[in-house]
Design a protein around this ligand. Structure first.
Ligand code: SAM
Length: 340
């Protein structure tokens, strides 16, 4: 009998994330014109419970506000920005930014995931005109590595196992000019934001720290490097009874979370970032974001979308997810400009 690929359940989580997003869009929590093109046909009528829709809304808003803040800071300083999304799965953020108010501030957007996921995504892009057109149309898209890698002027999709040493997997594709270009995909002179949306918990903490460290080193290399920001979204604090229920539910689907199992606290999420060289860091739970950072009118609007009778359960779930973010600023001059 063929042995099951141990990473298959991890890759499956991408489908869960995309379907949850489509559900939140169809129920009018979120706007996203592109997500339907990246969800398999069989899931086009998702019906996620209100608790999941609200969670997806808060997580998306939290991350979006940080990404918008980063792009706005760059714009104010007349700079262009790069974004690298690790474990990007079927995420649509590139298309949303590239057609939104910050489109002129974005110079590069790179996504990395397992080859099995990137080949599906590159196929969806090539099959769908709306996705393709944002990349400049088929004539401006190059597909390589058996369909797992896609290059266009602004958007690049790369295949890699993020648990492997980035020197062997990311260094060459990101920092050495290739595919007919004189410049590397990722310039160390350009403000850059790293996104890890629901991905680091799938790898050991020392492995994810090595990955973060590699980026910090690349941006500090010649002393004239540009600011590097990082936004991480993940489960944490799973050592209480409710957290253990969440872990057991995942284990039942063969998903393990080596990165969350040392039972990170909110403080340790920030410490991990500071240890890898980021200068400042912050973290908030989704529960705190819902309570203090989403506008009251928005909360009132989403509360009218669906009946939610389990507010207590919602708060318990939201208290186990956090967004942490940090900044590394290599030059004194930039420290003042990028501050908080
Ligand atoms: N970031 C996307 C989002 O929020 O919609 C997808 C999140 S999904 C829960 C996790 C993603 O991380 C999957 O696409 C999975 O394939 C990817 N992933 C997990 N471990 C990985 C690894 N070691 N290397 C590359 N990708 C990985």
């Amino acid at each position: 009998l063929p042995r099951q690929d141990p990473d298959a359940p991890i890759r499956q989580t991408d489908n869960d994330a995309a379907v949850a997003r489509l559900s939140a869009v169809q129920k009018h929590y979120l706007d996203d014109l592109f997500v339907k093109h990246l969800v398999p046909r069989a899931h086009l009528q998702p019906n996620r419970p209100p608790l999941i829709n609200i969670g997806t809304y808060i997580r998306t808003r939290g991350i979006e506000d940080l990404v918008d803040g980063w792009l706005s800071s760059a714009k104010k300083q007349g700079k262009k920005c790069q974004i690298v999304s690790l474990g990007a799965g079927s995420d649509t953020r590139f298309w949303r930014i590239a057609t939104g108010p910050h489109k002129d501030t974005l110079i590069k957007y790179v996504e990395v995931d397992f080859g099995e996921i990137t080949s599906k995504k590159s196929m969806s892009i090539m099959k769908n005109r709306e996705l393709r057109d944002v990349l400049g149309g088929s004539n401006h898209i190059q597909i390589t590595e058996g369909g797992t890698v896609l290059h266009s002027r602004q958007y690049h999709l790369l295949a890699a196992d993020l648990r492997r040493d980035p020197v062997d997997t990311l260094q060459e594709p990101l920092t050495i000019p290739s595919h007919g270009s004189q410049e590397p995909i990722l310039s160390p002179q350009c403000p850059t934001l790293l996104l890890f949306e629901c991905v680091l918990a799938y790898m050991e903490v020392n492995v994810s720290s090595r990955l973060l460290q590699w980026f910090v080193d690349y941006f500090s290399a010649d002393g004239g490097g540009a600011p590097l920001g990082c936004v991480i979204y993940e489960m944490f604090g799973l050592n209480d009874p409710f957290g253990r229920v969440m872990l057991n539910n995942l284990r039942a689907r063969s998903v393990t979370l080596p990165g969350a199992e040392p039972f990170m606290t909110l403080d340790s999420l920030v410490e991990r970032l500071l240890k890898t060289g980021f200068h400042k860091g912050w973290a908030l739970t989704l529960k705190e974001i819902r309570k203090s950072y989403i506008e009251p009118e928005e909360l009132a609007r989403i509360s009218r979308l669906e009946m939610l009778d389990e507010t207590e359960e919602l708060e318990l779930v939201l208290a186990h997810y956090a967004i942490s973010w940090s900044i590394f600023v290599p030059t004194a001059e930039d420290k003042e400009k990028w501050g908080d």
